[in-house]
Ligand binder design. Structure first.
Ligand code: ATP
Ligand code: MN
Length: 483
């Protein structure tokens, strides 16, 4: 019989000859037998291979060490031991690649996450990271499935862009000019007209502007691609390179946008619950152990799957920014001066405020809407003046999650050309810089909305990990791009 992944082997009827290929996790020798646990990444589980003592030649036995890659052939038999239904009775061992036991950094013991970040090339071979990567895959698949099932088209927006409308200073430059000797203009500045694209270009910080062009032609689109921000924020929730999902929908108003965002995150989390049970169970245990090391009052009351179920089963709380500011101003931590940043109408809420609302006040995910115009992007649709808010607001919505803060940021877009260009002038964006974007408001403009979900923040939430660098295979962060 040909080779089957461990995941399938574990569900195969005993009584046939099989071959298992994978990496040795552990080898245990007793007086009568040797037990080898093999993992091939198809599942969190290992399959056990057993040989009677003396059956394997010494030189073979010596090469079966943690990390070695092997192919083992033998009969699949009911397991004598507890913990697995079947095991392989070893008839033949082939060593693809031995692993020097003196130097192989992954030993069968608990390694710190910090250490594993230093060996990101090998950490996918650990239980924790293989579980996270399988969940990450399942969530990515669920994202595509969700949008496909709901009539959206996958639109690929450019990674190299010339528009810096989202805010300069946080972008990575893309250039083929010689950094030691760039061509200069008469006034001594670098002459980007001689650069590859004949202008200044950067890595994208968002596919939204191009996404809007797609929505105003195809109706409902989404992007799912790499996104880059050179913000020097060394936090547990920011990466310099991350993946963002940005749906954009014609004829959607703010309310429709909120409904979609809520249904979308619930659906993909439910997909993970339904399809990643083994990996989630492993991470749940891992989290339980981690929680025990925390102070009692900081320990979570819910297990990982309870937290996920809770999000899936409950309505998100929806309120305006203005209402949230009132709640925060009257809150215990505000009165006791426990917030690092004081709350007043107009401030950009800090993650301490977001987390208070989600974790302490409402105890569930929250959607905040109608933010002050001054702290949000130029393209957000302006609200009519309202007596409730002390200043002008826009139809923005942020979805806030426990332990994470902002997981989604979105809005209804300004579809009125005059209002849009007036706002651009106020914030200093030239019409010519995004003339093509403004054309959509000139030719067949329509109400439309969209949002951005940071994929790693979603994986962070579902996996119960606490540092975003641990939920992407090869993290990019300030001073860190080794692998
Ligand atoms: P934050 O305030 O948390 O820095 P933001 O308001 O700058 O986020 P948006 O521009 O609204 O973020 O981007 C949409 C989504 O992309 C965010 O809600 C978040 O999930 C994700 N995101 C933004 N910046 C990063 C980053 N540096 N690393 C990972 N995800 C990010
Ligand atoms: Mn945001």
């Amino acid at each position: 019989m040909s080779y089957l992944p461990v995941k399938q082997l574990l569900q195969t009827e005993p009584g046939q000859t099989v071959t298992v290929k994978g990496w040795v996790r552990t080898k245990r020798e007793s007086k009568n037998a040797v037990f080898v646990a093999i993992n091939d990444g198809s599942t969190i589980h290992t399959i056990q291979a057993v040989a009677e003592a003396g059956f394997l030649p010494d030189e073979t036995l010596r090469l079966i060490t943690t990390g070695a890659c092997v192919a083992i052939t033998g009969e699949l038999v009911p397991s004598q031991g507890a913990g697995q239904a079947v095991e392989v009775q070893i008839a033949d061992v082939h060593i693809y690649g031995p692993a020097d036991p003196e130097k192989y950094p992954l030993q069968p013991k608990r390694h710190s996450l910090e250490f594993l970040r230093e060996i990101a090339h090998l950490r996918p071979r650990t239980n924790t990271f293989s579980a996270i990567l399988r969940i990450r895959h399942a969530l990515a698949f669920a994202v595509h499935k969700y949008y496909n099932d709901n009539g959206f088209f996958y639109l690929n927006t450019p990674i190299i862009t010339a528009s810096d409308a989202e805010g300069a200073g946080e972008m990575f430059r893309v250039s083929t000019l010689d950094p030691l000797n760039p061509p200069k203009t008469e006034d001594g500045k670098v002459d980007y007209s001689q650069d590859f694209f004949g202008r200044e270009t950067n890595l994208t910080v968002s596919g939204q502007l191009e996404g809007e062009l797609g929505a105003l032609a195809l109706g409902k689109i989404y992007t799912f691609g790499p996104t880059f921000r050179a913000e020097n924020s060394n936090t547990t929730r920011h990466l310099a390179e991350f993946w963002m999902i940005e749906p954009e929908m014609a004829f959607f108003e703010l309310e429709d946008n909120m409904n979609l965002a809520e249904d979308f995150v619930k659906t993909v989390i439910r997909y993970a619950l339904d399809n990643c049970a083994d990996d989630l169970a492993f991470l749940e245990n891992r989290l339980k152990e981690e929680e025990k090391t925390k102070k009692k009052e900081e320990q979570s009351e819910m297990t990982l799957t309870e937290k996920l179920r809770f999000v899936v089963d409950n309505d998100f709380e929806r309120l305006t920014y203005t209402e949230a500011v009132e709640i925060l101003r009257n809150s215990k931590p505000a009165k006791k001066g426990q917030f690092q940043y004081e709350v007043s109408w107009g401030i950009d809420l800090q993650s301490e405020h977001e987390r208070y609302l989600v974790e302490k006040h409402f105890k569930k995910p929250v959607i905040l809407t109608n933010y002050p115009r001054a702290i949000k992007s130029f393209y957000m649709k302006q609200d009519d003046e309202s007596a409730a808010a002390p200043g002008p607001t826009v139809r923005a919505m942020d979805v806030l999650f426990p332990g994470i803060g902002e997981i989604i940021g979105g809005s209804q877009r300004e579809d009125n050309l005059e209002k849009l260009t007036t706002r651009m002038a106020e914030v200093g964006i030239a019409d010519e810089a995004i003339w093509w974007y403004l054309d959509t408001r000139r030719f067949g403009s329509a109400p439309h909305s969209g949002f951005g979900l940071g994929f790693e923040r979603l994986v962070l939430f579902v996996s119960g990990m606490s540092n975003i660098r641990d939920v992407i295979p090869f993290p990019r962060a300030p001073k860190s791009a080794e692998f």
